[in-house]
Design a protein around this ligand. Structure first.
Ligand code: SF4
Ligand code: SF4
Length: 55
């Protein structure tokens, strides 16, 4: 199951720096390309706002 970023995102960018396949895009809230996500969980592990969920 890929990950998804919720409205709880504070857009500080820690997740994007961790993603091994560069499938996270910057924005008002960050966005994961769910087709490209390999479900490694690295982004979820570093998110300080618990804004990343499994879908
Ligand atoms: S680590 Fe969490 S709060 Fe920070 S940009 Fe990523 S999803 Fe948003
Ligand atoms: S689970 Fe892994 S591959 Fe998917 S967005 Fe997070 S860091 Fe990137």
């Amino acid at each position: 199951m890929p990950r998804r970023i919720t409205d709880a995102c504070t857009a500080e960018g820690l997740c994007m720096a961790e993603c091994p396949v560069d499938c996270i895009t910057e924005g008002d809230i960050y966005v994961i390309d769910e087709d490209a996500c390999i479900d490694c969980g690295m982004c979820q592990a570093v998110c300080p706002s618990d804004a990343i969920i499994e879908v």
